[in-house]
Ligand binder design. Structure first.
Ligand code: DX5
Ligand code: ZN
Length: 229
């Protein structure tokens, strides 16, 4: 079975209406998103605070596609089981947030969840060679983590090209997170990425009463990226 590297759009609910997560998640799924991206922030690893395991567990019944949980927390190991129990399909931990990335990735897989390794914009690829067989997805941050609506960091295009060749035929997704728009999505698709997180570019202008705007935004990003793959 060939590995699915087709373009997948993962709206980040960090840009959704916080008073309405259930409806917002159903709206983006009805409008054609592929995954649902959940940004977990601890006010320590990043200067913002979001969702504990109980909140993520409350999102789960509304997610019919893939719940992609991005942990921007340090330390991280002691929370992996709780987010797995909350229903995550993917758990991504930051390389910069753990002293023992091999152990962290092992813990994610042992919890029965797909493992992701996230890299901040300033982090190189020097320390991942011996982790490749532990990873189901790389998350390349194209903004400094902590907020939505930030500007895309173009220096990461070269990192994605290098990562794509390092991965070779391994069944590993490359997810891009931060500043994805119809302009930047094709740059990353051409470089080898297949999962595109988009918060402000999907939710801006729409609402649960105007979900068709979400659909238009999701299709525009996917079409722009697919054309460049
Ligand atoms: C930032 C988060 C991103 C963010 C993306 O730390 O990890 O997922 O919500 O939002 P946009 O697409 O608006 O940059
Ligand atoms: Zn994220």
């Amino acid at each position: 079975m060939t590995f699915d590297r087709s373009i997948k759009i993962a709206p980040s609910i960090l840009s959704a209406d916080f008073a309405n997560f259930g409806q917002e998640i159903r709206a983006i799924e009805d409008q054609g998103c592929d995954w649902v991206h959940v940004d977990v922030m601890d006010g320590h690893f990043v200067p913002n605070l979001t969702f504990g395991p109980p909140a993520v567990a409350a999102f789960r019944p509304h997610v019919k596609t893939v719940m992609d949980v991005h942990l921007m927390i340090a330390p991280v190991d002691q929370y992996i089981d709780a987010y797995a129990a909350a229903g995550a399909d993917y758990i991504s931990a930051h390389l910069e947030a753990t002293t023992h990335p091999h152990r962290t990735l092992q813990a994610i897989r042992s919890a029965g969840v797909k493992s992701g390794l996230a890299l901040n914009p300033g982090t190189g690829l020097g320390d991942i060679e011996y982790l490749l067989d532990m990873i189901d997805m790389f998350v390349v941050m194209t903004v400094n983590p902590g907020f939505g609506g930030q500007k895309f960091i173009h220096s990461q295009i070269d990192k994605v090209k290098k990562l794509r060749s390092l991965i070779g035929d391994r069944p590993i997704h490359i997810e891009i997170d931060g500043g994805i728009t119809t302009e930047t999505a094709p740059l990353m698709a051409a470089a080898g990425a297949d999962v595109l997180v988009a918060g402000s570019a999907v939710f801006t202008g729409g609402s649960v009463d105007k979900p068709e705007v979400y659909g238009k935004n999701i299709r525009a990003i996917r079409d722009a990226a697919s054309a460049a793959q």
